[in-house]
Design a protein around this ligand. Structure first.
Ligand code: ADP
Length: 499
């Protein structure tokens, strides 16, 4: 694995890739078809590993294993405390391998090694521990019920959960979805994204070592229209948790409707506004806005891709934002001096460049960037467009790349109206020192997460999900556990009730 064609030299070697097969019922197995697919290193475009390719037949086996573990295995029958202990053990095993796992995701997704080490993997560990601690705190309600009755609600695990996740945060997504499902007592079949299957398979092995019983966690790498669709339309999957594009989210919902009406939760795209008011510290605003769009090369569903700046500080902001973007160093993600690595794959690289061309032809002003960086790998320069209008495609579509659209506004009302002028509603950022503005805008923006004077502040405690076409259902927080539970009302006659 050599370095890329851009600044920053390769100093770190990708660890040996130990797990390349499907993980079904506690064993690594070949695909029924014997087929494999390539996962590539986006720094160079070179093949990293050949991975067993799951299709419907393999998904059937994985679902059968998960069903057996659910109906007859110990996992749903164990105490919440015992499940939590196994999950804590898994968290410890992951934590002991932060460096290796950050390298795996780094090579598979072009992710900064540093981000993997301080955000992705520790975040995954924190998620697991949060839900490990929650596993023995799941309870229903007692109900008074009128007449000579009493009642209570019983929370029961929903059953077999299908998980379909994207490639931008392979480890975080994996644990974001499976941790509450495991705490609830469910069993899971996970299809990682075809671009980034490596860490999920590694976690399957660690789960085995942590003593999580066979069949509780199954991992079936493969493609969306085959393996993913087989999960979404499976008659024996009780719920699907999906994160990805709006188009595929619709397909998952259709598949549920056409098959067994499995419950689904969809965390889809975003076109999140970052609104900067006149009273903001401009340097701080520039720094946050740069982070909001260029962090993880813009491959973030909550990226602050629409930046609204109030007219009083607009000119100063623009000047400084351009310099900040030019100082955001593109290069090898394994070099500590790098701020931004390559886009995840060729398709994504080409898609971002297509949107940049579109921005130019729609009449937006390209202030900086706009081209590939380096001569190989999928690197793109941090890009800023100004004079963007709400009806332009670059202001409406999720680009999922390092492209900031800048707009000017005059009044608070105008900012709110423009911020909401999108089909999405995942996140929003507000920068102001005025508490009244902050509170008013927080309440007026139709988004599942609002950050005030910060961005990307995540915590397992804070429910996360979308309004409007950013989807429905919430990950994180205690409420995520409810996605994976049924609620049963039990009503008992009390004929001799004294009341
Ligand atoms: P992105 O644009 O981030 O790649 P996608 O929605 O294409 O998002 O992919 C997210 C996940 O959905 C991936 O694991 C992908 O394989 C899967 N997927 C793609 N197509 C389908 C489909 N038709 N049914 C189920 N899953 C799919």
């Amino acid at each position: 694995n050599e370095g890329s064609g851009v600044e920053g030299k390769q100093t770190v070697v990708v660890p040996e890739i130990k797990f390349t097969k499907l993980f079904i019922n506690g064993e690594f197995v070949d695909a029924a078809s014997g087929k494999t697919f390539e996962t590539r290193d986006p720094r160079t475009g070179d093949v990293l590993a050949n991975i067993a390719e799951a299709d419907k037949a393999d998904v059937d086996l994985a679902v059968a294993a998960a069903r057996e573990a659910f109906e007859h295995g110990p996992w749903p029958r164990m105490s919440g405390y015992a499940r939590g202990r196994a999950m804590s053990k898994l968290a410890d095993l992951v934590e002991q391998r932060i460096e290796e796992l950050a390298l795996l995701d780094g090579a598979d997704a072009g992710k900064l090694l540093l981000l993997g080490k301080i955000i992705d993997i520790p975040g995954a560990v924190q998620m697991l521990r949060y839900y490990a601690g929650a596993a023995d705190k799941i309870h229903g309600d007692s109900l008074r019920v009128s007449g000579k009755y009493q009642g209570y609600t019983l929370k029961e695990p929903i059953g077999v959960v299908g998980v379909i996740i994207p490639w931008n945060f392979p480890s975080l997504m994996f644990f974001l979805k499976i941790s509450p499902a495991l705490a609830a007592g469910c069993t899971v079949v996970v299809k990682p994204a075809e671009q980034t299957p490596l860490s999920a398979l590694y976690y399957a092995d660690l789960a085995r070592q942590a003593g999580i019983p066979d069949g509780v966690i199954n991992v079936v790498p493969g493609f969306g229209p085959t393996a993913g669709a087989a999960i979404a339309s499976h008659m024996d999957v009780d719920s699907v948790a999906f994160t990805g594009s709006g188009e595929v989210g619709r397909l998952v919902m259709e598949a549920s409707a056409r098959s067994n009406l499995k419950t689904i939760s969809l965390e889809l795209g975003g076109k999140s506004p970052l609104i900067i008011f006149d009273d903001a510290d401009v340097d701080m605003a520039v720094e946050l806005s740069r982070l909001a769009i260029f962090f993880n090369k813009g491959e973030v569903c909550v990226a602050g891709s629409r930046v609204y700046v109030q007219e009083g500080i607009y000119d100063e902001f623009v000047k400084k934002a351009v310099v900040a973007a030019q100082n955001w160093k593109v290069g090898d993600p394994f070099d500590v001096a790098t701020n931004m690595g390559p886009q995840v794959d060729k398709a994504q690289f080409e898609r971002v460049l297509k949107y940049i061309d579109l921005g130019k032809s729609e009449g937006a002003t390209l202030l900086t960037g706009g081209k590939p960086a380096g001569d190989r790998g999928y690197y793109i320069e941090p890009t800023i467009f100004a004079d963007v209008k709400e009806d332009m495609k670059i202001a409406q579509d999720e680009i999922f790349g390092p492209v900031m659209s800048l707009m000017k506004f005059k009044t608070v009302d105008e900012a709110i109206e423009k911020a909401n002028c999108t089909k999405y509603g995942l996140a929003a950022g507000i920068i102001t020192k005025d508490l009244n503005i902050a509170n008013r805008v927080s309440r007026s923006v139709r988004a599942g997460t609002v950050w005030v004077n910060c961005y990307f502040a995540f915590d397992p405690e804070a429910p996360f999900g979308g309004y409007k076409m950013s989807g429905f259902g919430r990950d994180q927080g205690m409420m995520a556990i409810d996605k994976y539970m049924q609620v049963k009302s039990v009503i008992t006659a009390v004929p001799d009730s004294p009341w």
